[in-house]
Design a protein around this ligand. Structure first.
Ligand SMILES: [Zn+2]
Length: 239
């Protein structure tokens, strides 16, 4: 079991380097007792970085979660079990994912509130992202509305909070469809919540920024029809 350092609160999302002990050393990966690397999943790419120990350094080229353990795929020498390592994340792409992922929550929320359409797929990248919505067909005027509402929201300096809450509680206080609670398997009883204060509450396992002021305005936004009543929104953020 690997302790995930970014899960409990939003400050954990800003851990750029950390110490850990190697608990497993297999063919092409190692496991650590704790990690701040984000494992591939939920439409967010894996983090990358390096592990340092005893004057040596190896590349963490991908991170994958399997059950309770997080596999750090290593390029180069792998530290043996019991080794204390110092891990450093490639911060620029990771911080890009944090901004993009929080931006995705904002776009999904604006579109649900204004068009009643739900997010049915998403893929975050550091430089651009896409989100699919259903049932909806946007025109250019709609894109202008989404962009202006987004740009207004990110200037409001809204705090972003991360915490755990019982599903039973959260179901009583927020719209189940808006937060996709109706799509979660019934055995999931406790949720990790991402709350953009006064605007959006949504369960999510990804990494996010601590305040909307860290998110740049939309640079480009476009749409693509993806079949009946399904539209893809593709966006980039200004630097
Ligand atoms: Zn998220």
């Amino acid at each position: 079991m690997t302790k995930i350092l970014f899960m409990g609160n939003v400050e954990g999302n800003y851990i750029k380097e950390f110490d850990a002990v190697v608990t497993k050393n297999k063919k092409d990966y190692v496991c650590l007792d704790q990690t701040a690397f984000y494992p591939l999943g939920g439409g967010q790419p894996s983090d990358t970085g390096v592990l340092k120990w005893d004057g040596k350094e190896s590349i963490v080229k991908e991170v994958i979660k399997k059950g309770d353990s997080v596999k750090h795929i290593i390029e180069g020498e792998k530290p043996p079990v019991g080794t204390k390592v110092h891990a450093v994340l490639d911060w620029e792409p990771r911080y890009g994912h944090m901004k993009m992922h929080t931006a995705q929550h904002i776009i999904s929320s604006i579109i649900f509130d204004n068009y009643g359409a739900r997010t049915v797929g998403n893929q975050i990248h550091a430089d651009y992202s896409r989100v699919d919505f259903h049932p909806v067909n946007f025109n250019d005027k709609d894109l202008e509305l989404i962009e202006s509402k987004f740009n207004e929201l990110v200037t409001k300096n809204l705090p972003v909070k991360i915490y755990e809450e019982d599903r039973e509680n959260i179901e009583k206080r927020i719209d189940q469809q808006r937060a996709h609670l109706d799509l979660l398997p019934s055995f999931v009883k406790r949720l990790r919540i991402i709350e953009i204060e006064g605007f959006d509450v949504c369960p999510c396992a990804g990494t996010h920024v601590r305040n909307t002021s860290e998110i740049p305005k939309i640079d480009k936004i476009k749409r693509e029809a993806k079949g009946k009543d399904k539209t893809r929104i593709i966006y980039t953020l200004s630097n």
